[in-house]
Every structure is written in structure tokens, then in C-alpha cells.
Design a protein around this ligand. Structure first.
Ligand code: SF4
Length: 344
């Protein structure tokens, strides 16, 4: 992987943030594109937030992109534009937790800081026979000092963390770990006690909450109505067709929209899509419609406060843009799929 061939802390940082919630194969392409667009910290710091979000489009978890942007600005304004060397300073940057700080410190500067990601947690829970649940903070408190002794004694922090992460991802895998080829086999608690299947200790995941969400893709004079989502919460500050959450998965235009707009719009198409977020399952319906009222325009209703601003999840005002502009603004993945399916 390209980020394993560099000691550049900026590049390592970008790759680690991308890989937090993205598979390696998908992350590789994004990493190369992102580094190409923002080759240096200064390029990222001086870009607009909209440009950074657009470059992040498709990766999800947009707070990662916002934090990257904020941290780059902090490095330029407060640290002379040079990526910090010190673990605590790295850890203090927005969006950088214990694992990422340790990964950057060891991979870029060979500092002995043990990195504890999901892969490392899994092999170490088996190797040390840790009874504490993997997701609990107590687990990290228990295992980190043990790993820290290991990395300090290794004499090669870079290789220690690389090998530790690789061991979890390639050998001590979630299902059917390859104990027969594991270099830790003889000292592994779970293996030597024949209890590999008992570790790690985990609680079953709760079923995701269902979120019924309607979108109205409304065209008027060859322009589309969009709104910016609120600055906080899911998909913060991204653009989308006006959306409205509903309690039930009705297969009809939400009442609020039907009552206010049904005589002025004509529904052209209806699409359904399911989208998974970390704790929610979005059951989305997109209503593609055209403004047909020859007497009253959407702008008239907007002026009177009777348009979608007051009938949507966002209270930002409506904006009308062409299809080419629509393709340039930062949007979430679900919205992107609805744009791709726009009727001609
Ligand atoms: S011996 Fe098996 S269970 Fe133990 S660390 Fe290696 S792969 Fe994991």
C-alpha cells in the first residue's frame, strides 16, 4: 500500500484517517486522489471546506474530512506549518485519537508508542487471554501497558506496530484464525488452552435503528431545489434535495408536502433506496417531481415562507441550481445515487 512506503507524517495521517471507516481497497484510490488534490498540509489548510468535503465525497463519515481540514489549519497557524513530532501534540489535533497518534508517531518518527486498532485488539485479547469486553475502555487500559512494554523492548517501533496490525488483519482474523502459521502460537493463551473461539469477548450488536426519510427532487425551469443540511448531526453541512423524516415507511408523498404542493407539482418518478449508517438504517424514498403551476412559482411561496424550508429536516433556505452545479456541490452518498437517477 502506498502509505506503507512513506515516512511522510502528512501522508501517513491522511491514510490513517481514510482507513478508519473504509476498506483498504477503496481507501487506496481515495488516498491517491486526496494527496493529488492536496499534496501538502498548506494546500489542505487553505482549501475551502466545500472543496475538502467534495474531495471526501463517497467515503462517508464527513466529520473526518472536517477534522482533517481544521487540524491542517491548526498546524499552519500554530505550529509553523510543520507536522508535530511529539505524540502529545499529534494527539491534541482534531480528529486524532490514541491509535492514530501512535500510528503516526511510530510510522513517521519511529517513536515507541503502541498502536491499538481493532486488529491489534483481537490478537492481543486472544494472546493475553483478556476477559474484559473488547469495546470497553477498560480493555484498552488493560492491554496497552502490555503492548507498550513490547514496543519499547523491540528496538524497532515502526516494525513492531506494522507487524502487530498485520498479524491481526492477516493471521489472527475474526473467523478461523490461522494459528498454525502464527509466530505467537507457543505463547498464546487462547491457543495453548484450546480456547481460541472464546476470545475476544464481545456483546452482540444491536439491530440498527430504522430512519424513514423522504427526499423531494423538484425541478423548476431546468433547475433543481437543494438545501444545505444543518451544521451539526448526520451529513452536516452537505447538500441534498429537501428531506423530511417520517415515523412510518409510507409509500406516498409525505402529508406535509402533499397538502402544500400537490396541486403545484407533478410527480414524475419514485425511487426507494436503503443506506446503512453506523447505527441507523436509512429507508429512503426519493420523489422526482416537476413544478407545473403556471400561476404561482416556488419563489412566491419561498417569499411567503410557505415552501420547503418549513417542511423539511433542515431549516436552511432553498437554493435552485442547474444539473452541472448540482454535480459540483458536496453531497452524501445517498444523494449522489439520487442525482445519478435524475429523470431527463
Ligand atoms: S495463535 Fe492463533 S489465536 Fe493466538 S495470536 Fe496467533 S492466530 Fe491468534
Amino acid at each position: 500500500m502506498p502509505w506503507r512506503e512513506t515516512r511522510n507524517p502528512y501522508h501517513i495521517w491522511i491514510s490513517e484517517i481514510i482507513l478508519q471507516q473504509t476498506r483498504v481497497e477503496q481507501g487506496r484510490e481515495f488516498y491517491l486522489r486526496f494527496i493529488d488534490e492536496f499534496p501538502k498540509i498548506l494546500d489542505l489548510a487553505t482549501a475551502s471546506e466545500e472543496a475538502v468535503l467534495k474531495a471526501w465525497q463517497g467515503l462517508g463519515y464527513y466529520s473526518r474530512a472536517r477534522n482533517l481540514h481544521k487540524a491542517a489549519q491548526q498546524i499552519v497557524q500554530e505550529m509553523g506549518g510543520e507536522f508535530p513530532h511529539d505524540y502529545d501534540q499529534i494527539r491534541s489535533l482534531p480528529g486524532i485519537g490514541d491509535y492514530t497518534a501512535a500510528a503516526i508517531a511510530s510510522f513517521a518518527y519511529s517513536q515507541p508508542k503502541a498502536a491499538l486498532d481493532g486488529n491489534v485488539k483481537r490478537w492481543s485479547s486472544r494472546f493475553f487471554g483478556i476477559q474484559t469486553e473488547l469495546s470497553k475502555p477498560a480493555f484498552s487500559k488493560e492491554v496497552l501497558p502490555l503492548l507498550q512494554v513490547g514496543i519499547e523492548n523491540s528496538g524497532d517501533p515502526y516494525s513492531f506496530n506494522q507487524a502487530s496490525i498485520e498479524l491481526g488483519s492477516q493471521i489472527c482474523t475474526p473467523q478461523s484464525p490461522r494459528c498454525e502459521s502464527c509466530p505467537l502460537q507457543t505463547d498464546c493463551f487462547a491457543y495453548t488452552h484450546g480456547r481460541v473461539s472464546e476470545f475476544p469477548k464481545v456483546t452482540p450488536k444491536k439491530a440498527p435503528q430504522i430512519w424513514n426519510l423522504h427526499f423531494l427532487a423538484l425541478r423548476w425551469k431546468n433547475e433543481w431545489c437543494i438545501m444545505q443540511r444543518p451544521a451539526k448531526g448526520i451529513w452536516a453541512s452537505l447538500y441534498e434535495f429537501p428531506s423530511l423524516s417520517c415515523d412510518t415507511p409510507e409509500q406516498s408523498l409525505p402529508d406535509a408536502w402533499a397538502e402544500a404542493l400537490s396541486s403545484s407539482i407533478k410527480v414524475l418518478e419514485h425511487r426507494q433506496s436503503t443506506h446503512l449508517l453506523s447505527h441507523k438504517k436509512v429507508q429512503a424514498q426519493c420523489w422526482y417531481a416537476e413544478w407545473i403551476d403556471p400561476v404561482i412559482s416556488p419563489l412566491d411561496l419561498q417569499k411567503e415562507g410557505r415552501f420547503l424550508q418549513n417542511m423539511s429536516d433542515s431549516n436552511n433556505s432553498e437554493v435552485w441550481i442547474s444539473l452541472s452545479e448540482l454535480r459540483r456541490v458536496p453531497v452524501h452518498r445517498l444523494m449522489d445515487s439520487f442525482i445519478d437517477a435524475l429523470p431527463t
